[in-house]
Design a binder for this molecule. Structure first.
Ligand SMILES: Nc1nc2c(ncn2[C@@H]2O[C@H](COP(=O)(O)OP(=O)(O)OP(=O)(O)O)[C@@H](O)[C@H]2O)c(=O)[nH]1
Ligand SMILES: [Mg+2]
Length: 228
């Protein structure tokens, strides 16, 4: 009598699968109209910031493979609160994504603009559990004056170890040549951080960005080596 063959071990998931499976667990956590309404959390938080219409909400929806998690819109200025999304398998939250309101939208009254710049700066400087920042930038516009202000605000924290990614969105609108030039400039501007091209439309840069966020949130763990 022959013994039954041992069940073949399931192949280990790739690094891309681990990261995208983790991001897919994203669920709405809370929304705050002001900084003081944000719950204090003891979990790594990754903030998506950038000018209005840069593609922050679309990027969050794309990375989490959810259509309407963050509210994306053709109309700039759509995101007006800080929205938090929880991440983690089996309902155990191990990190948080924050979708921040965009800045620089011309039609917003000046007083509101100043108020939001202060909220943003305060958030970036004081949020204790902030682990990383994704600054989204439409490379056709380049870094704006307000992006520059934001870079200055976060520089001391980046020097102290805060993770930073300059994500060039809507890369589908660029020719190959324009894209590689924009990426080279972005790498210089990213200081101690990283720069990548991203397109929700063409699904470009998704695995790369997902794996980076996973590593930021799990510094002690290793992604499967083969696909890193
Ligand atoms: N072609 C192209 N369009 C994109 C891409 N990502 C976003 N968009 C479009 O850009 C517009 C703004 O996207 P949102 O994701 O709402 O931008 P946001 O940065 O969240 O904007 P606010 O909430 O106003 O700060 C929408 O019309 C999106 O469809 C992309 O990868 N390619
Ligand atoms: Mg938005």
């Amino acid at each position: 009598m022959t013994a039954p063959a041992p069940a073949a071990a399931a192949p280990a998931p790739s690094a891309a699968a681990v990261a995208s499976g983790w991001l897919h667990t994203a669920r709405f956590l809370t929304t705050a109209p002001k900084l003081e309404f944000l719950p204090a959390l003891d979990l790594p938080e990754i903030a998506f910031v950038g000018r209005s219409n840069a593609g922050k909400s679309t990027c969050i929806n794309t990375l989490t493979q959810q259509k309407q998690l963050a509210f994306a819109s053709k109309k700039p200025g759509r995101t007006q609160h800080i929205n938090l999304f929880a991440l983690g398998k089996q309902g155990v939250t191990d990190a948080v994504l924050a979708d921040l309101p965009g800045y620089g939208y011309a039609a917003v009254p000046k007083a509101d603009k100043i108020r939001w710049q202060q909220v943003m700066a305060n958030y970036l400087v004081t949020r204790e559990n902030l682990k990383g920042i994704v600054l989204l930038c439409d490379p056709r516009l380049g870094l704006t004056e307000l992006d520059g202000v934001l870079l200055e605000v976060v520089r001391p924290r980046v020097e102290q170890g805060l993770k930073f990614l300059l994500l060039l969105t809507k890369a589908d609108k660029l020719t190959r040549m324009e894209a590689s030039k924009a990426l080279a400039i972005a790498k210089l501007n990213a200081g101690g951080g990283e720069a990548m091209l991203f397109s929700a439309l063409k699904r470009q840069g998704i695995d790369q960005a997902s794996q980076l966020l996973w590593r930021w949130a799990h510094p002690e763990a290793a992604l499967p080596a083969a696909a890193q």
